[in-house]
Write a protein that binds this ligand. Sequence first.
Ligand code: SAH
Ligand code: SF4
Ligand code: F3S
Length: 449
Amino acid sequence: MKKAFIKSYGCQMNVYDAERMTDILQAEGYQETSSQEDADLIILNTCHIREKAADKVYSELGRLRTMKNEREAEGKDLKVVVAGCVAQAEGKELTRRAPAVDVVVGPQSYHHLPELLRRKKGERVVETEFETEEKFEQLPVPPRERTIARGVSAFLTIQEGCDKFCTFCVVPYTRGVEISRPVAKILEDAHRLADAGVRELTLIGQNVNAYHGEDGKGGIVSMGRLLHLIAAVPGIKRIRYMTSHPRDMDDDLFEAHRDIDAVMPYLHLPIQSGSDRILDAMNRKHTAAEYCKLIERMRTIRPDIALSSDFIVGFPGETDAEFKETMKLVADVGFASSFSFKYSARPGTPAAEMDGQLSEELKSERLITLQHLLEEQRQDFNSKMIGRTIDVLIEKPGRHDGQMGGKSPYLQAVHFNSTHHQVGDIVPIRILDKSTNSLSGEILSSDIK
Ligand code: SAH
Ligand code: SF4
Ligand code: F3S
């Protein structure tokens, strides 16, 4: 049997796509392997979001060229595929710059993988059409055992692409226009996943709260309404979603956080910067005060909500005073956890052409300052859990005998000892202690919810 190795970079959507590619390849008779040395087929599922991520691909491809030559000397074959957002952005350029590449396939056309792989040896192909709707129609349904093996927490794509065109971002170019999957298709997937033991669904999309899917009766369903429909799927106990845009936070979504127990008290809502001038230059189309209003409203509805955001420091022209506005916003809001990045100029985006590009040193300095504050807030948020009792969804056995590991509603890793609970159970745990990246606690009662 042929073996395939897939390596993913980038966001959850790439993780999801890698699983779908695995499903496609298994239907084609490939077995998944975790070792490149074993593989007859290597797929790099790439990310284009920052320069570093994209650069990694070329160094990896250099290495694979050597490996491929060695194989050929032994009379063996190795196929190399570049998938994901670098594939979409660079297309033919990849085959020109990297001789090891056999197939380039974009994130909206990987359902064509079987036919692309059947091409003659030595024939190099590039497939980067945008066919999002067709892709979803053609993805194979994985066997139930494989879904079971993937665990009790699963990603489910409900929306893809982005029409926002933030001036720094490549996603609208690599993933294409915003497309929402029809409600019936999403519910079909949710039922199938729940039936295979999935208890937590994370609904994913580049702009997930812009969701506007057809209900099959001529109507359009919002993200908030969709949450109600998914919460009604038997077996689904927890629902999360990411990533959201502040402009798309509507009443339905706020109310879903108020009315649906399964919707977890966690909101990832990127703001990028605390400066209105920078937000405008980024084309985010909202102010810092408008963002804070959304947060206030969410906290009124769900006082325990854990907040998370993305930040970019060193956007072109960002002054010290403007960076301090970001620091102030972070101090005012208080985040449970966040992602922060140095601005990276991306080819083809408007911000890459703007005046006032900042030095790496200055960007690094600002990033360190910001990350210091964000980390302090994360540790504070985790410390506040000590002494509290929180529900933990068990995801896997822990590292030690008798230990279990799972997640709190606030997405924190939690360990505790138990011999009579199973993966998939939700158990109230009293938190006793914390380390840098996790909490530990004890069982209060053996009741399984
Ligand atoms: N759709 C999401 C995020 C997509 S990309 C949103 O609108 O928020 C994930 C994060 O990467 C972004 O939120 C941003 O913080 C970061 N990012 C995107 N482009 C970047 C760039 N050119 N340089 C640095 N960080 C970037
Ligand atoms: Fe990129 Fe902006 Fe779209 Fe997010 S909303 S994917 S940052 S263009
Ligand atoms: Fe990267 Fe593409 Fe995701 S650029 S962050 S893999 S949408």
